[in-house]
Write a protein that binds this ligand. Sequence first.
Ligand code: ADP
Ligand code: MG
Length: 242
Amino acid sequence: MCACAPAQVGTFTEWKDGAMPVVSLCSTKGGVGKTTLAICLAAAYAARGGTVAILDADPNGHVRAWHEAAARERRGCGVDVVAGVKEDTLQDAIATAVERYQLVLLDLEGAASKAVTFAIAESDLVVIPSGISGMDLQEVFRTHAEVRRASKMLRREIPARVVFTRMSPILSRVAKHARQEIADAGIPILDTTTIQRPNAYQSMHFNGLTPLHAEGDPKAAAEMERALDEILALIAPAEEAA
Ligand SMILES: Nc1ncnc2c1ncn2[C@@H]1O[C@H](COP(=O)(O)OP(=O)(O)O)[C@@H](O)[C@H]1O
Ligand SMILES: [Mg+2]
């Protein structure tokens, strides 16, 4: 039985034929919130009635661990996980997943690797989570440069968006500065940020509980819903001119 909260917020998008959205959570840095976002965005999408898979392409297998915990605790939430995706199986795994699911999320390792490059190349949108430290910003630039290189190689625009994660609830000067620095470099940023909420997010891997479950943290759920709304708006197929 699924213990998900009922879909409350936003709309669920029906993709037109041929549109197969693949969204990568990508950063050359670990610990910035990729896996947390992958799981929570997938859970939010599933709670709206969409079919969604996360391809776990991080050798650490954190998504798989969460999924196993969720199954153990009977907290299945309509999210499928394809575990153990590696450099040599990534492209086929994506090709299979886009046939079966309306949304495919890729959780990647925090490094620059061939698997990451392949994932970027297959993506309709690359989401780059980041904190606000100088080190984090440096990795945003590095990650974004990887996206640009892939775009040039493929001669197609691969959209990318930074999302600030684990923020203080009060916007600090450092946070404003970080946002400005990314914006000045011409890298677009999601309006939504995730706030530092240890209770809401850090127990997920032990008990499978995401904020999207009925007993999850409603404020965390709301920020994930907002992030999902922004992402869906970005990858929704453009309206055809009448
Ligand atoms: N908004 C948040 N509030 C509190 N802890 C968070 C938040 N986002 C992520 N975390 C925690 O930070 C750590 C790193 O996050 P994770 O999603 O695993 O990053 P990555 O996949 O980029 O390595 C994890 O322990 C996770 O639970
Ligand atoms: Mg991770």
